[in-house]
Design a protein around this ligand. Structure first.
Ligand SMILES: [Zn+2]
Length: 273
């Protein structure tokens, strides 16, 4: 608390002495101008170039390109924590988009539980903060303000280490190496019937979201609504303005939850996730 108050005071002091510029395009004025915010206001389905099996139905608020890229980096790597507000609002739009793709009777929203992808220990150490959680908290606030019964639940934990594989069967080795995340209990638990949405800042290869969704889905009954995912931005493969919009349709069978067509080409060669 004291730390966040200090951070807030620091930002206020910085405002007094430094001219504010847009973290995306650099024009003076707002921390994130209306033009750049517009780039994160049209959620679309996101799928990597090579869709990993089990990749969850995912929506991105925009493309990780142009001014969006420096804005995310300013927030994530250079400590401009005040960008959690516009980027969190973008994440909320992506969550609303992926949740609205789940078929069901119209009426009050189902409860939605946002599950942040946990940062690695190295990431936490180097940044001194958990930027995905900051986005999650803002997104939950935005969704609740819009009347969506949303909550955060930190249901995922990174496994501390991978066991030595000596003496393990082939199946055990695969399980040992693939389980980056494990599901943990939270108090309170997610609301009954809540849609689980894994949230992260950027998706590129889809490996992280796939692993996270698999850890959350373990033990769920067959036919349950799949674990969903939402991100601020997805790395584009094609020029986003030329990519037609694809439809996202969520069905219980995970292998069918793949967006097809040029509109899903939202992953690139960066190799990061
Ligand atoms: Zn701008």
């Amino acid at each position: 608390m004291a730390r966040s108050m200090l951070a807030g005071m620091g930002a206020a002091l910085a405002d007094l002495v430094l001219p504010r510029t847009c973290a995306g395009c650099g024009i003076p004025g707002a921390m994130f101008c209306a033009g750049c915010a517009e780039l994160l206001a049209r959620p679309r389905p996101a799928a990597p170039r090579r869709v990993p099996w089990g990749f969850p139905p995912t929506a991105a608020a925009g493309a990780y390109a142009g001014p969006v890229r420096p804005a995310v980096l300013e927030f994530k790597e250079r400590g401009r924590a005040e960008l959690a507000r516009p980027l969190g609002a973008a994440l909320a739009l992506a969550v609303a988009a992926v949740v609205s793709a789940v078929p069901g009777p119209l009426g009050p929203w189902r409860p939605v539980t946002l599950v942040p992808v946990p940062s690695s220990r190295a990431g936490l150490r180097s940044r001194g903060r958990d930027h995905v959680r900051e986005l999650t908290v803002r997104a939950v606030a935005e969704l609740r303000a819009a009347g969506v019964p949303a909550a955060e639940a930190r249901l995922l934990r990174r496994r501390g280490h991978v066991r030595d594989s000596a003496g393990l069967s082939v199946a055990q080795r695969r399980a040992n190496l693939s389980g980056t995340f494990q599901r943990v209990a939270t108090r309170p638990p997610p609301a009954p019937g809540a849609l689980l949405v894994v949230v992260d800042d950027v998706v590129t290869t889809g490996a992280t979201l796939t692993e996270a969704a698999a850890a959350l889905a373990a033990g769920r009954p067959a036919g349950a609504t799949p674990v969903l995912a939402a991100v601020v931005a997805a790395t584009p493969r094609a020029a986003p303005e030329r990519a037609p919009q694809a439809h996202l349709h969520v069905v219980p069978k995970r292998s069918e939850n793949v967006c097809r067509g040029p509109g899903d080409r939202l992953s690139g060669p960066d190799g990061r996730d």
